[in-house]
Every structure is written in structure tokens, then in C-alpha cells.
Ligand binder design. Structure first.
Ligand SMILES: [Fe+2]
Ligand SMILES: [Fe+2]
Length: 160
């Protein structure tokens, strides 16, 4: 399995949340607890867990390679989009009682980001790594996930 496979599988869950938000936006006003669940999903799953693996494992490994200029440019674009995603999720939280505009902005952001990764960047990125390096990255990703839930709750406990 290539290390981009788990990332692509994670994209499918993000797609599902985007579709659910879209459906909610055409219905009655969205309950605060749903908006808070959306914020938690994007902060914990999409950002900390998914972007965490992209940035700390895949992108970090790519930084050790002599990237083609178009790949380097795209990686920086993706990083900027992660940053922008965080800011828009903050907007959703800040407008928790009237979140429609911020949620629309959020669902406008993710599909094109995911498409760029799935169809272009991820595939191009794998050309820089041999089979051994890919296997090592996959192990690192599994390790990241294994520790993830423990780290999340350790941090939550610290904040109590
Ligand atoms: Fe990403
Ligand atoms: Fe992604």
C-alpha cells in the first residue's frame, strides 16, 4: 500500500461531512450542537489527524527531495489552503448561532483542495520515493494514528 492510500481514504470521510453540511444548509437552521460537531470534526480529524500526517510526514519527506518547481509550488499552495481552512473553521465557531455564511465558505474550500491532492499532487509526490521510503512513510502514518487518540485526550486532560 502506498502512503497516500490512507490519506485518500480519509478524504472520503471529509467529502461525506461536506455533503452533510451542504444538505443541512438547504434545510432549517442548523442546531448549535451540529455546528460544534462540524468544528470538532475539522479541527480534530481533518486538521490535526489528516493534515497532521500530510504536513508532518509526507510534506516533510518531500522537503528532503529536489522537487520540480511545479510540485514545490503546489505543495506551498496546499499548505496555504490548510492554513486558510483553519481560519474558516474558526469563523464557523465564532458564528456558531448563525453559521451559514462561514459553513458555505468551508464547503467551498475543501472539495477543490482534496481534488488537487487526489488527482495531481499525491500521485506526483510518490515519484520522489522508492518502495522502501514509501513503506517507511506508511509505518510512520500508522504510528501517528496509533498515538493520535491518546495525544488528543492527554491534551484535553491538561486543559481541565
Ligand atoms: Fe491537504
Ligand atoms: Fe488531504
Amino acid at each position: 500500500m502506498q502512503p497516500i492510500a490512507p490519506l485518500m481514504i480519509e478524504h472520503r470521510l471529509i467529502d461525506k461531512v461536506i455533503a452533510k453540511i451542504e444538505a443541512r444548509l438547504s434545510g432549517p437552521s442548523i442546531p448549535v450542537e451540529v455546528v460544534l460537531s462540524v468544528v470538532d470534526f475539522f479541527r480534530t480529524y481533518a486538521d490535526a489527524c489528516h493534515h497532521g500526517k500530510e504536513e508532518d510526514i509526507l510534506f516533510k519527506a518531500l522537503e528532503t527531495k529536489a522537487l520540480k518547481s511545479e510540485d514545490k509550488k503546489l505543495m506551498h499552495e496546499l499548505l496555504d489552503e490548510h492554513k486558510n481552512g483553519r481560519a474558516v473553521v474558526k469563523k464557523v465557531l465564532d458564528s456558531v448561532a448563525t453559521p451559514a455564511a462561514a459553513l458555505k465558505e468551508l464547503i467551498g474550500l475543501y472539495p477543490q483542495h482534496i481534488k488537487k491532492e487526489d488527482k495531481v499532487f499525491f500521485i506526483a509526490s510518490m515519484n520522489y520515493f522508492d518502495a522502501g521510503e514509501q513503506a517507511k512513510m506508511l509505518t510512520e502514518m500508522n504510528e501517528f494514528d496509533r498515538n493520535f487518540i491518546h495525544d488528543v485526550y492527554k491534551q484535553k486532560v491538561e486543559r481541565l
